[in-house]
Ligand binder design. Structure first.
Ligand code: ARG
Length: 459
């Protein structure tokens, strides 16, 4: 294909340089957005009397034909083309003749690509949000089913206080809920059309940017043409939102990996989401969770790559900016793949509440409640804390847990202890007494469940 810009040059582009410069092998992904943007542009040009209605009709039907043929596989991308924008314009001109050459009036590839990425990211982010909603749904169902299953809650990965499995899972529902909100927030800031900024300075034609923006579903137009073509903040915002999603998925993965180990055995993953070993017949490995954890690195890496590409760029457009795309596409695809595998992983995992309960019985996780017991009997928390610390040390040395330490020994540490302490420090009552809003107590967990359900219903 001859370059659309060949007129100024006496020599053709060197082959190696041509390949180096070309982006069609990745930006062809945005063909639908590019065509949509071009249709809106041609429509605006005709409404403004810049091209005739007849030319507009020819251009629009030519573009629709191209879309159709790409989708049916009839039209293949020409890897010799410089990028998706040039490819579509060239095919259009081949198909409809000189009228095709009018499409690029009052436009530049600089505003064209800026609008294409925004349209692409709007579409993809919607899809990612849907996938997060699915995941929240899966987490919600498990949390509801296991809202009373007692397990040890951890700090420093040391058993800390009893919580319920439902409460623990709902912590992830809160993270994913924020992820949706974060995406929405970033999209609302991105939702302005740069089309009409042209190369960088705007145009001499009487264009109607607002109209064009409306046709493309944008809330409005970008205010400064130089910013319009050089801004990639929205890519960085979304890529950091994707990174945070991955960070959440990775933390969840880490727990799933731990919980499914023999050391914990809090859950069993379904056969359909685990793999075996080529040598050890007994193995059932949590590869999906491990891969999600592993892929988090590339999504972070992509964010760093784009931040670094942009950091030294003078205004306005620079070719460096073409480097944003592979990183963005990879992050979008990775996040979608991870979410698609994660929801069914959660749906099909089988919690093992007996094992969770057993683990909760060791590790003195009701020690705080024992101290609270003394506080209720009238002593200061710090003093109670010290007494209980000594009792825990005694139990550790003599093979007791707090629940089976005889009352006589308790009394040696403080005469405030009585037989009612055993009921007070049972795991069930430790959980039930956590009545503070957001705590692990049943009312709070119920309230969290209802809020998550409402969030899912209002999507
Ligand atoms: N392929 C280019 C990109 O992705 C399109 C914009 C090119 N503009 C230009 N003036 N060379 O950034």
């Amino acid at each position: 294909m001859e370059k659309l810009w060949a007129g100024r040059f006496k020599k053709a582009l060197d082959k190696e340089a041509d390949d180096f410069n070309s982006s069609i092998h990745f930006d062809s992904k945005m063909y639908a957005q590019d065509i949509k943007g071009s249709i809106a542009h041609a429509t605006m040009l005709s409404v403004q009397g810049i091209i005739t209605d007849e030319d507009c009709k020819k251009i629009v039907s030519g573009l629709e034909g191209i879309l159709c043929d790409i989708e049916s596989g009839k039209l293949k991308f020409d890897m010799e083309a410089e990028d998706i924008h040039m490819f579509i314009e060239q095919v259009l001109t081949e198909r409809i003749g000189d009228t095709g050459k009018k499409l690029h009036t009052a436009r530049s590839r600089n505003d064209q690509v800026a609008v294409d990425i925004r349209l692409y990211l709007k579409d993809e982010t919607k899809e990612i949000e849907e996938l997060i909603y699915d995941l929240i749904g899966a987490v919600y169902e498990k949390a509801k089913e296991y809202k009373d299953a007692i397990m040890p809650g951890y700090t420093h990965l040391q058993r800390a206080q009893p919580v319920t499995f439902g409460h623990h899972l709902l912590a992830y529902a809160m993270m994913f809920k924020r992820d949706v909100e974060r995406l929405e927030d970033a999209v609302s800031r991105m939702n302005y059309s740069p089309l009409g900024s042209c190369a960088l300075a705007g145009t001499t034609y009487n264009t109607d940017r607002e109209y064009e923006a409306g046709l493309l579903g944008f809330k409005g137009i970008t205010q400064n043409s130089i910013d319009g073509v050089s801004d990639r903040d929205f890519c960085i915002e979304l890529m950091s939102a994707y990174s945070i999603i991955m960070m959440h998925l990775s933390r969840f993965s880490e727990e799933i990996i731990l919980w499914s180990s023999w050391e914990f055995k809090f859950i069993e993953l379904d056969d359909s989401f685990t793999t075996g070993s080529s040598i050890m017949p007994q193995k059932k490995n949590p590869d999906m969770a491990e891969l999600v954890r592993g892929k988090t690195g590339r999504v972070y890496g992509n964010l760093m790559a784009v931040l670094t590409v942009l950091k030294g760029l003078p205004l306005a457009y620079n070719k460096d900016m073409q480097e944003d795309k592979e990183a963005i596409f990879d992050s979008v695809e990775t996040v979608k793949k991870c979410l698609r595998v994660f929801s069914p992983l959660i749906e099909t995992m089988k919690p093992l509440p007996e094992n969770m309960y057993k683990a909760a019985q060791n590790g003195f996780i009701n020690a705080t409640d024992l101290a609270d017991y003394l506080v209720k009997k009238g002593i200061a928390f710090r003093a109670a804390y010290k007494i209980v610390g000594e009792i825990v040390a005694y139990c550790g040395e003599n093979g007791y847990v707090l629940d089976d330490l005889p009352i006589e020994i308790y009394k040696k540490h403080s005469d405030l202890f009585d037989g009612d302490l055993y009921e007070e420090i049972s795991l069930e009552s430790c959980v039930k007494k956590r009545v503070s809003a957001g705590g692990t107590g049943p009312e709070s967990v119920q309230c969290q469940l209802e809020n998550v359900k409402k969030f899912l219903k209002n999507k």
